[in-house]
Design a protein around this ligand. Structure first.
Ligand code: GDP
Length: 444
């Protein structure tokens, strides 16, 4: 996940202050030096770094902060607020047309993730608004882009308008819009062509499409991995086309995240979504305050809860809560939960959204090995239905059979059953309101 080393560095810088009873102006200066370096290393634009550090410093050396009872906490609060401001302060929703259809045009360089995002957005609109979007395949220079969009359309059961690669994109958009009006689609999402670099021919074409389609939104899709370059690209698209929002993709990768932190300040255009993976569901609405809190290692419970709600069936959740309380959680539930949680994204990323988790010892090395998950599943699948429902049946001879059946040693089977039982006991305690959980990490 992006921002990992930035989070560490910021926490270190601010952690030093926490240890001090009294914070002096010199301490603040030292912390700001470290924060500045951390931001520069994360590839944040120099101008943005300067503005950010200036505002934090000015507010932090204000007498009321340094003289307060908890100066370190006050300063963390200021850093959080200024970071939120740099990221755009408010969540900015998609602009809508009072009359249907709302037209959204995707622009950006080749490979930034436009086509993928077009599919993700269609999925998001369908899920959250029950929308009926039409996708227009306007990228005629990369033939695979049309097929890619059609495949996404099929997966989502959303219509895709295309005219192959021989017709001009402007004409395709014109006819696509006509079809959308006829069929009363409420959204039209236009996937346009990218180039390797910003060039005049591309801009002319996009300007023509803009003039014709009069889009409500022109969303620039940029790849977080390209760092400072993403900021330059955003500036030129904005100057020549006037973008209304930015989508930052590939934040799941090993990026330093500087682009995400700089783009709003440099272009003035709000970040509206972030891409966090290749799957259609790997899209997050961008909330500056939540992102700031995540970057500072303070967790993001709201996003975690929303993600869980998206994937969760309420009735099932209630059944599960009942089972946890009664201690009747069995191996079938275990597998179901494992699949459910794994579908929400890498576990180590989810864990980091829980406030305080970042500071837990050993958390930086916490990794879930997919092979380990597969092994646990194999063990469960080698149990009989009766054993899965009643783990107490698992006597030594049954355990030997399961070990042989799943290709594991008896020691591993024993360990997994022990962990399962411990987790079950802990869940019972938690569901009865006891959150004191030593050894929580063992559960995974
Ligand atoms: P386009 O040329 O701008 O239309 O780019 P594509 O949509 O074809 O995306 C280029 C590549 O980036 C594809 O392999 C996508 O699967 C991948 N991609 C797009 N968005 C994301 C993302 O948020 N995370 C990751 N890891 N990969 C992405």
């Amino acid at each position: 996940m992006a921002f990992e080393s930035l989070t560490d560095r910021l926490q270190q810088a601010m952690g030093k202050l926490r240890k001090k009873g009294k914070v002096t102006e010199a301490d603040v200066k030292e912390m700001m030096r470290e924060i500045r370096l951390a931001l520069l290393e994360a590839d944040v634009n120099l101008k943005v770094v300067k503005e950010f550090t200036k505002s934090v410093r000015e507010r932090a050396v204000g007498t009321e902060v340094l003289d307060s009872l908890s100066p370190a906490q006050q300063i963390v609060k200021i850093v959080n607020e200024e970071l939120t401001k740099t990221l755009g302060s408010e969540t900015v929703e998609l602009e809508k047309n009072p009359k249907i259809p709302t037209v959204i045009m995707m622009v950006g360089l080749q490979g930034a993730g436009k086509t993928t995002f077009t599919g993700k957005l269609a999925n998001h609109l369908k899920k959250t608004e029950n929308a009926r979007p039409l996708l227009i395949a306007g990228d005629v220079y990369r033939p695979a882009a049309i097929d890619q969009l059609k495949v996404l359309g099929q997966q989502l059961d959303v219509p895709v308008f295309d005219m192959g690669t021989e017709v001009s994109p402007v004409e395709i958009v014109r006819q696509g819009l006509e079809q959308a009006k006829e069929k009363k689609n409420d959204y039209v999402l236009i996937d346009t062509a990218g180039r390797l670099h910003v060039d005049e021919a591309l801009m002319n074409e996009l300007q023509e499409i803009k003039a014709l389609a009069q889009p409500n939104e022109i969303l620039l899709v940029v790849d977080a991995m390209t760092g400072q370059d993403a900021v330059n690209v955003a500036e030129s698209f904005n100057q020549q086309l006037g973008i209304t929002g930015v989508i930052i993709t590939k934040l799941d990768g090993d990026t330093r995240g500087g682009a995400a932190l700089s783009i709003r300040s440099i272009t003035g255009a709000p970040i509206k979504f972030t891409g966090t993976g290749e799957k259609l569901t790997d899209l997050e609405v961008f909330h500056p305050d939540r992102m700031a809190s995540r970057i500072l290692g303070m967790g993001d419970m709201l996003t975690l809860i929303e993600r869980a709600q998206q994937d969760y069936d309420e009735q099932k959740a209630e059944e599960l809560a009942k089972k946890m309380k009664e201690n009747s959680f069995d191996f079938n539930d275990f597998i179901e939960q494992l699949d459910q949680v794994m579908s929400m994204g890498p576990l180590e990323d989810l864990m980091k959204m829980i406030p305080g988790m970042n500071q837990m010892p050993g958390m930086e090395n916490f990794k879930v090995d997919p092979k380990d998950i597969a092994r646990k599943k194999a063990i469960v699948f080698s149990m009989t239905p009766a054993e899965r429902e009643n783990p107490d049946l698992l006597n030594p001879s049954r355990r030997r059979r399961i070990a042989a059946g799943s290709g594991n040693s008896v020691v591993e089977v024993n360990r997994m059953i022990k962990q399962f039982k411990e987790a079950r006991t802990m869940m019972k305690k938690m569901s009865n309101g006891n959150f004191d959980m030593p050894g929580m990490d063992q559960m995974f």
